[in-house]
Design a protein around this ligand. Structure first.
Ligand code: IPD
Ligand code: CA
Length: 260
């Protein structure tokens, strides 16, 4: 079935306008340091209505996480806002993420940061783009020259010491480490060559489905932190992604730690 990427891009830009139109956040706590706001809810409702109009299928979103099983047929995997905490604190590092999964394979993905106007998209086999321009991962081959991002989400509560040991090891070996607070944007920035590797403590399909496709289409690689392929079912305990050249070097550092 043909897929109209232009139509998905339009829906994402409209979703961005929905996000920017919300005046009061009304944040609620879902768990320790895990929040939902009226921005998340408004974008969720908008995409639940609009995406099946592009390609009919089930919806699997962070705010309505109905188990997609093995993703039979078409499933839209959506994070209405990745980087909710950043929205609450006025950091413009948050994005709307949507991926179309057909029979378990991510076919198309788009990630839009309405605060910066940057829209990343990819289709399987068609390359990755930022605002219509082709993007590629960095050519960095030496970890010492790499800027690396690390995510420390709410799932890391109580286990910070173990994670910070990994940050220390990455910091020691690289040009620097950043904790941006949006896994979707980490993957896009890696795809665009701004970062050369990312490590995530725990991550859900809605956080990475679109970003992983964009990254792979830009020449990058994503696995779990033992180097095994990612299985897009439920929460992944750890994930790492690189420009490909640095996969072994980052993996070697990660292998020095046991993941609880
Ligand atoms: C979070 C962000 C963060 C990651 C967390 C996620 P949310 O998503 O992606 O970077 O570390 O694990 O939960 O809650 O802002 O959509
Ligand atoms: Ca979210």
């Amino acid at each position: 079935m043909d897929f109209d990427m232009g139509a998905l891009i339009q829906v994402m830009r409209r979703a961005g306008r929905v996000a920017l139109s919300v005046e009061e956040l009304h944040p609620h706590t879902k768990g320790a340091s895990d929040y939902v706001t009226d921005v998340d809810r408004a974008v969720d409702a908008f995409l639940i209505r609009e995406l099946p109009r592009l390609v009919p299928g089930r919806m699997y979103t962070e705010e309505t996480p109905i188990d997609p099983g093995d993703y039979p047929g078409n499933t839209w995997v959506v994070d209405p806002i990745d980087g909710t905490t950043n929205v609450m604190f006025g950091l413009n590092l948050s994005a709307i993420s949507a991926a179309l999964v057909t029979d378990g394979c991510v076919r198309a993905g788009a990630i839009y940061n309405p605060f910066s106007g940057e829209l990343f998209h990819a289709q399987k086999g068609g390359g990755a783009f930022l605002n219509g321009q082709l993007i590629r991962v960095s050519d960095t081959r030496d970890l010492a020259d790499a800027l690396i991002s690390f995510e420390l989400g709410p799932c890391a509560k109580g286990q910070q010491a173990g994670y910070l040991a990994r940050v220390t090891a990455l910091h020691q070996a690289s040009s620097g480490v950043r904790l941006l607070g949006s896994a979707a944007l980490d993957l896009c920035y890696l795809a665009a060559g701004r970062l050369s590797a990312c490590v995530f403590d725990a991550i859900h399909p809605w956080d990475y489905a679109a970003g992983r496709l964009i990254l792979e289409e830009a020449g990058g690689v994503a696995t779990d932190c033992e180097g095994k392929p990612l299985v897009m079912r439920g929460r992944v305990r750890s994930m790492m992604a690189t420009n490909g050249h640095l996969q072994e070097a980052v993996l070697e550092i990660m292998r020095g730690f046991a993941w609880e």
